[in-house]
Design a protein. Sequence first.
Length: 312
Amino acid sequence: MRLALDAMGGDYAPKSIIEGAVLASDSLPSDAEIILIGKEQIIREHLSQLEGNKSRIQIVHADEVITMAEHPTKAFSQKPNSSISIGFQLLKQKEVDAFCSAGNTGAMLVGSMFSIKTIEGILRPGIAGFMPQESGRFAVIMDVGANADCKPEMLAQFAVIGSLYAKYMYGIDKPKVGLMNLGEEAEKGTILTLAAHQLIKQIDTINFVGNLEGRDMFANKADVIVCDGYTGNIILKMGETFYDLVSKRGFEDNFFNMFNYEEVGGSPILGINGNVIIGHGISSPKAIKNMMHLAYQLTKANISDKIKNAYS
């Protein structure tokens, strides 16, 4: 299994990314290889200063870098030799099995939609996030930022996609799917959630448990939480602050430790023809290591094909 990693993407790239790649190389199953994409000389210089198993790390040279501040569409089209562009070329040509980056999120979305493309039948791909539950496991929340404005039909598709993810990644036979709303009653909500509720409850391939309120977010009421990207992004980033707040106060708790962004490492883009994971811009070596482990699990579970089969 060949897992590609953008060595130049992220606020602390390339140092943190390359350190994370070495950590991943030490800990991934023996059938995995890591392909670092970026400026070869810089990558080699950093690798030479690190200890650890580097035998499973290969380098693909990329002259250019898409920075965080650049316009995603323009940068992706104008920089064909960037680490992100080359990563998608390798994925499209099936020379790698997954592509990960902590770089420009917009460019990763553009590459996903215009290089490997959206699965036929999917209106818009979404980004999956993960919400800690009191049970000690994570619930999938979708979308968390790819689509600020959604149609009801998109939320219905997120329900199906999220359910497939929970089933094949977490081994839950009939994942409980909930729609984030301002009340449990089906008659409550916005124009969007009212219409989405009616669509989702008609899907017989999922286990829809109805609306969720904000207080249900961590209470094991759903394995999949459905919302538009605007709402999901606010929820996700609010959740990230919990770990920072309790850490500042010297409070140690396993549940709150799950809010540490490093624990999962990244968020997969679901609904596209391939395995793509985007990481936090501030990703540490530990976060990068865990993002590569997520990429391995995503590829093993063959989530992309599972979604494709659901819409074929």
